[in-house]
Design a protein around this ligand. Structure first.
Ligand code: NAD
Ligand code: IPM
Ligand code: MN
Length: 366
C-alpha cells in the first residue's frame, strides 16, 4: 500500500521523537512491503521563526493532501512572551481546527514492566487500561473570538459548544466503548457550568442508542482523584477539551511517564493527526533524553486508524512491549535493573524487535 505522511516535528524534543517514529514507520514499510513517503513541514515556534506565523498556509495545504499527519510538539521559552496570535500553540490549535480533528483518543495502558515505574502503588496501577476521548475543537480553547479579550483590566475567555459538537464526540466515545469494555464515564462540571448541563443531557440521550454500555456521570474534580486512586474503574472517559487536557497528563502517571502516552486526533472519517500527549520538553531538548515511545505508539495508532493496518500496528506495539520487558528505557522511566539508553538507541531496539518479532533477538545481549 502507498501512503503519504506529512511530518510536523515542531519544536524542542518534537524533532527528536518525530525522527524516531519516522524511522519506525520506514521499517514497517520495509517489513510489510508498503511504500510510505514523508514530507516535513514547519509548525509552531520554528514556523514563526522561518515564516512569521505558527501555521503557514503551505503546512495546512500539505496536511490536507496527506493520508495522515504525525506531529511532535510545539512551544518553548523562546516564544513564551509572544502575543497570542504568534504563539506556537496557536499553530497546533489552528491545524486541529482546519482539519476538523474533533476527536482526540488518548489510550492509557500500563506496560507490565513499568508497573513499578509509577509513583503509585503497584496494586493501584495494575490492570489499568483506559481511553480518554477528549473533545478537541471546541470549549474554552476556541471561545467566541469576538468575546475573547484582555484590556489589561478585565479578561474574557468563553466556553461555547454547539449541541452537535457534543453529540459527535459523545457518540465517538460510545462507539469506542462498544469495542472495549462497554463502560463510559462522562466527566463534566454539571454542578456549576451550563455547558456541562447540556453535555449531560446529550450523554443521557445518546446512551439510549447503546443499551449494552454502562454509563455514568462524574464531576471532574472527583474524576481527577479517582483516576489515580482507582484507575481500573474506568474504561472510556469522555470529556470536553480542557478537562481532557488536564486529566490525560494526570493519567500518564499510571504508565510511569508522560513520554509513554500516544494520541490520535481524528475527523469524522479516518483522517488523523497523530501526536504524543506530551509537549516540547524544553528542559531535556537536544540531549537525547526524550522518550520516543509516545510518538512511536502514535505512529502505530496512525497505522490502525487511518490505514487499517492492524497487524502492522500490533507489530509496533508488541516491539515496544518487548523492549520494555527487556529492561530498555529512557531516563524518564525509573526501571530497576534496566538498561538506560538514549532516544536513538531506544528506537533502534524497537526496530530490531519489530524486524525479528521475537523476544530472543540479538538485543538480549545488550
Ligand atoms: P511537557 O509535556 O513538554 O513536559 C513536562 C515534563 O515531562 C518535563 O519535565 C519533560 O521533560 C517531561 N517530558 C515530556 N515529554 C517527555 C518525553 N517524551 N520523554 C521524557 N520526558 C518527557 O510540558 P511543559 O513543560 O509544561 O511544556 C513545554 C512546552 O510544550 C510549552 O511551550 C507547552 O505549550 C508545549 N506543549 C506542547 C504540546 C504539544 O505540542 N502537543 C503539549 C503540551 C505542551
Ligand atoms: C496537548 C497540549 C495542547 C493542548 C497545547 C500545546 C495547545 O497541551 O496537546 O495536550 O492543550 O491541547
Ligand atoms: Mn496537554
Amino acid at each position: 500500500m502507498k501512503k503519504h505522511i506529512v511530518l510536523l516535528p515542531g519544536d524542542g524534543i518534537g524533532t527528536e521523537v518525530t525522527s524516531a517514529a519516522k524511522t519506525v514507520l520506514a521499517a514497517v514499510a520495509e517489513e510489510f512491503d508498503h511504500t510510505f513517503t514523508f514530507e516535513s513541514k514547519d509548525i509552531g515556534g520554528i514556523a514563526i521563526d522561518n515564516h512569521g506565523t505558527p501555521l503557514p498556509q503551505d503546512t495546512t495545504e500539505a496536511c490536507k493532501n496527506a493520508d495522515a499527519v504525525l506531529l511532535g510538539a510545539v512551544g518553548g521559552p523562546k516564544w513564551d512572551n509572544n502575543p497570542s496570535h504568534l504563539r506556537p500553540e496557536k499553530g497546533l490549535l489552528g491545524i486541529r481546527k482546519e482539519l476538523n480533528l474533533f476527536a482526540n483518543l488518548r489510550p492509557v495502558r500500563g506496560f507490565s514492566n513499568l508497573l513499578h515505574a509509577s509513583p503509585l502503588k503497584r496494586e493501584v496501577v495494575e490492570d489499568s487500561d483506559l481511553l480518554i476521548v477528549r473533545e478537541l475543537t471546541g470549549g474554552l480553547y476556541f471561545g467566541t473570538p469576538s468575546e475573547r479579550r484582555n484590556n489589561g483590566q478585565s479578561v474574557v475567555d468563553t466556553l461555547a459548544y454547539e449541541r452537535s459538537e457534543i453529540e459527535r464526540i459523545v457518540r465517538r466515545a460510545f462507539e469506542a466503548a462498544m469495542v472495549r469494555n462497554k463502560h463510559v464515564t462522562s466527566v463534566d462540571k454539571a454542578n456549576v457550568l451550563e455547558s456541562s448541563k447540556m453535555w449531560r443531557e446529550v450523554v443521557e440521550e445518546i446512551k439510549q442508542e447503546y443499551p449494552e454500555v454502562v454509563t455514568e456521570h462524574m464531576l471532574v474534580d472527583a474524576a481527577a482523584m479517582k483516576l489515580i486512586t482507582s484507575p481500573t474503574q474506568f474504561d472510556v472517559i469522555v470529556t470536553e477539551n480542557m478537562f481532557g487536557d488536564i486529566l490525560s497528563d494526570e493519567a500518564s502517571v499510571l504508565t510511569g511517564s508522560l513520554g509513554m502516552l500516544p494520541s490520535a486526533s481524528l475527523n469524522e472519517k479516518a483522517f488523523g493527526l497523530y501526536e504524543p500527549v506530551h509537549g516540547s520538553a524544553p528542559d531535556i531538548a537536544g540531549q537525547g533524553k526524550a522518550n520516543p515511545l509516545a510518538t512511536i505508539l502514535s505512529a502505530a495508532m496512525m497505522l490502525r486508524h487511518s490505514f487499517s493496518m492492524d497487524v502492522e500496528a500490533q507489530r509496533i506495539e508488541s516491539a515496544v512491549k518487548q523492549a520494555l520487558d527487556l529492561g530498555f528505557h529512557t531516563p524518564d522511566l525509573d526501571i530497576q535493573d534496566g538498561h538506560e539508553v538514549n532516544t536513538e538507541k531506544m528506537t533502534e531496539v524497537v526496530i530490531d524487535l519489530l524486524k525479528t518479532d521475537t523476544t530472543t533477538s540479538s538485543i538480549m545481549s545488550c
